[in-house]
Design a protein around this ligand. Structure first.
Ligand code: URA
Ligand code: ZN
Length: 366
């Protein structure tokens, strides 16, 4: 019997919850181009600007950045309000992707150490996904993966979709994926860049952040993981485990179409890529992919569960993003995700596992 089996109550675990630790906030405040934090007079409120589309003169210029973004006491109080026992925190986008190569290694090391220290202040309640210095050389990235194993609260890494600069189907990433798989460290794959701004049309600024966040983010994730599948990443690194943000973007919903396009592609056939050893999207979904439950409705969550299995879905909040606009203590975005789990799985054991039991087992949290 594992320690987990003897628990009387399954903890509620939030696996999708971000922090900008104080040193990262200072770094962004010292900058004057994206990503940066500054006030836009006449307002004195600090705003975080992390995407080019947010850097225009409009009401959607950046977003307010208050203590929820950097003060861990706010995270703990948010957890208490929403009955979340454990959070697996991660640096929020755009991580360290934008750093000059020579700064990335040392800043990754200090940022990961800082977050590990923050976790140590709340024993049993906080763990984290670390950040890799992807703009540095591959040996620097590999050295950080080795070093991360010494940080006691680290349970995996958060990764954007650009990888080393050419996306996640880049063969140069394979040694990194192999090192992560060998260390049993899952990747939490998270979007940031969205889609090229032209797709949103000339009226985009009238719609606030809706188009890039609601559609750009999930499609970015879907494209990134589909490129991993098409480049045979999961055949070459069969033990690699990837947790997809936002319930996989649209991967669960589009898996049939992707499979059909693969199966009907004459180029792939001519290249002998359609043989019996091929890992199908369905197979990868069930063996290499976990999905968070940050999708805000049971309709999407049911598809995610159907695609990967109820043991591969894990609750999350995306805190500190999507706060209630009216300042309520209880966050409607969190309630929507809890309701989605109940709607999709009822209120028995399967829902308890999605709310935390799966994360405890997959991320070894107890
Ligand atoms: N959620 C995130 O994780 N990042 C954003 O920028 C917005 C929502
Ligand atoms: Zn997020």
């Amino acid at each position: 019997m594992s320690k987990y089996d003897s628990l009387t109550k399954t903890p509620v675990v939030d696996i999708h919850t971000h922090v900008y630790p104080p040193s990262y906030i200072s770094l962004l405040k010292s900058r004057s181009s994206i990503p940066y934090i500054r006030a836009f007079p006449p307002s004195e409120d600090l705003r975080l600007v992390i995407l080019p589309a947010e850097d225009t003169e409009s009401t959607s210029r950046g977003r307010p950045v208050g203590p929820d973004y950097y003060d861990i006491k706010n995270k703990i109080s948010f957890m208490d309000t929403h009955n979340i026992d454990i959070s697996v925190i991660s640096l929020a986008n755009p991580w360290l992707d934008w750093l000059p190569a020579e700064e990335a290694g040392p800043i990754a090391e200090s940022t990961n150490n800082e977050i590990d220290y923050i976790c140590s202040k709340y024993p049993g309640r906080l763990f984290f996904f670390a950040t890799l210095p992807l703009s540095a050389s591959a040996p620097t990235v590999l050295a950080e993966i080795t070093r991360l194993k010494t940080l006691s609260h680290m349970r995996g890494i958060i990764l954007g979709t650009t990888g080393l600069g050419s996306g996640l189907d880049d063969p140069n990433l394979l040694p990194i994926f192999k090192a992560l798989a060998a260390a049993s460290l899952p990747i939490f794959l998270h979007p940031h860049y969205g889609l090229p701004s032209g797709v949103w049309g000339p009226r985009a600024s009238e719609y606030g952040h809706v188009l890039p966040l609601a559609l750009g983010f999930p499609l970015e994730t879907t494209i990134a993981v589909t490129r991993m599948i098409l480049s045979d990443t999961f055949t070459l690194v069969p033990d690699l485990q990837v947790i997809l943000a936002h319930s996989g973007g649209t991967l669960p919903y589009l898996a049939g179409r992707i499979e059909s396009c693969i199966g009907h592609d004459s180029h792939l056939k001519a290249e002998n890529k359609l043989g019996p050893g091929r890992r199908t999207v369905w197979d990868v979904l069930k063996k290499n992919i976990y999905l968070d439950a940050v999708i805000y409705h049971e309709m999407g969550l049911k598809t995610a569960i159907e695609a990967s299995g109820e043991d591969r879905v894990m609750f999350g909040t995306d805190h500190p993003f999507f706060p209630p606009l009216g300042g309520d203590k209880e966050w409607a975005s969190v309630v929507a995700n809890v309701e989605a789990v109940k709607g999709a799985l009822g209120d028995g054991k399967a829902a308890e596992m999605a709310m935390g039991g799966n994360a405890v087992q997959v991320l070894n949290l107890i």
